[in-house]
Ligand binder design. Structure first.
Ligand SMILES: Cc1cc2nc3c(=O)[nH]c(=O)nc-3n(C[C@H](O)[C@H](O)[C@H](O)COP(=O)(O)OP(=O)(O)OC[C@H]3O[C@@H](n4cnc5c(N)ncnc54)[C@H](O)[C@@H]3O)c2cc1C
Length: 385
């Protein structure tokens, strides 16, 4: 009987891990793991008593991990939570920014788990849940998280922030056409989107205490600044990772510790509107970068588009198409190579390869297949968001 219980518990874990169930009922997938794991271990102890010692060690290690995470890795921090309006083309979307006054103890590219007790006012159990988010800012500044609406908890957080008002944005000038590029023929809807927003006029939001657990993960001992070329590629909400790494690279350049002279920043979004709330921030980062020794090349690909067109707005290049990732990668390698050749006469300058940081689920899988068989001078680093 105990054997059947242990087997059923493992089968339960396996069943809820099937992608369709995991994606639609993440809560069930998560609960099945710890309930299934504890049930399976205890049942195994009864089924084969000689496994008792090993099972007890496993349970003690798991309990120790939970306790240490709670005591040593968790702190209560005052936070500002701001709602960024959903694009009108995709009202189910929208994002929330969590700003935490933690200026040290973390690295760009790491992630933290967040629990917001104030979500009690939204009803339900959301206030008890713990969710992971990648740090979207560079070291030395405030810790910023960008939370995209994905399911119940993120929607609750957005609605909670919304009660403090949304970010107010003012009208922007029209985009410039790229020299030598295709004639741009935007639809009425595109034109309306592009004229929507330029500057953030007023940042509203709500202040509350949040429980921050972590940080975890990140680039470990990999130092982006030590490579001859840097490429950051993000899909959708994976932008958080790229923003954090980009800001970090800028800070290294300001301190004179950056080897690369070009940083390629590639972001793939569904529509122009999805990029709007971060355009100002990208422009600010770009002007900070331009005061240092390197040149950022920021390209935003708009994937939901019928024809391929290219235009620039400020310092950002937009391409209305899905990116051809092998070509993007080849261009990055080519630019890095020419940078190295043009600087090879400088003393102490050698070739240190190119690093590519990738974040965003679909991006990650494309790159895993793309990278097999590539040169060892190309370092790929992908993160889990
Ligand atoms: C290391 C890491 C870093 C992340 N960084 C970011 C980020 O910077 N910005 C951002 O918007 N999102 C990020 N995510 C995803 C984010 O954690 C989930 O979107 C969020 O927890 C969804 O919660 P929900 O209850 O609203 O959605 P649910 O209804 O529970 O799920 C919606 C979708 O989100 C996924 N999901 C739910 N909970 C988790 C979880 N705990 N871990 C991973 N995936 C989950 C599910 O597969 C599901 O498809 C990150 C995830 C991980 C693992």
């Amino acid at each position: 009987m105990a054997g059947i219980v242990a087997w059923s518990a493992f089968a339960f874990i396996g069943l809820t891990s099937i992608p369709i169930i995991r994606k639609r009922m993440y809560g069930l997938f998560w609960a099945s793991h710890w309930i299934g794991f504890v049930t399976a271990i205890v049942a195994l102890m009864f089924h084969k008593p000689y496994t008792g010692l090993f099972a007890t060690i496993c349970l003690l290690l798991y309990t120790k991990d939970l306790i240490l995470r709670l005591i040593l890795k968790t702190r209560v921090v005052p936070a500002k939570i701001i709602a960024f309006p959903a694009p009108s083309s995709d009202l189910s979307s929208g994002s929330t920014q969590i700003i935490l006054p933690l200026r040290s103890g973390w690295r760009a590219g790491q992630h933290v788990f967040i629990r917001v007790p104030a979500l009690r006012e939204m009803g339900g159990m959301a206030w008890l849940e713990n969710h992971p988010f990648t740090i979207g800012s560079g070291e030395g500044g405030e810790l910023v998280l960008i939370v995209k609406k994905a399911g119940d908890w993120t929607r609750n957080l957005y609605d909670f922030a919304l009660r403090g008002g949304v970010v107010r944005l003012s009208v922007s000038p029209s985009p410039e056409k790229d020299d030598g590029m295709n004639e741009v023929d935007f639809s009425q809807e595109d034109k309306r989107d592009m004229n929507l927003v330029e500057r953030v006029e007023e940042v509203l939001g709500r202040n509350c205490k949040v429980l921050v657990e972590g940080p975890y993960g990140g680039p470990c001992s990999t130092v982006f600044a030590s490579y001859s070329g840097i490429m950051l590629i993000a899909g959708g909400s994976g932008i958080t990772y790229s923003l954090g790494m980009f800001e970090d690279v800028i800070r290294k350049a300001e301190e004179g510790h950056l080897r690369a002279s070009t940083v390629h920043f590639v972001w793939v979004v569904k529509t122009y509107e999805h990029a709007l709330s971060l355009l100002n921030h990208l422009e600010d980062l770009n002007s900070r970068a331009c005061q240092t020794i390197f040149k950022p090349l920021i390209t935003i690909y708009i994937s939901r588009s019928f024809r391929r067109e290219t235009f620039t707005q400020g310092s950002i290049r937009f391409v209305t198409a899905r990116p051809d990732l092998p070509t993007v990668l080849r261009e990055g390698v080519g630019k890095t190579r020419s940078d190295i050749l043009s600087m090879s006469c400088a003393p102490g300058v050698g070739s240190c390869g190119m690093i590519v940081g990738v974040c965003g689920v679909s991006m990650r899988f494309t790159f895993i297949s793309l990278v097999s068989g590539r040169s060892s001078r190309l370092t790929m680093l992908w993160t889990t968001a």
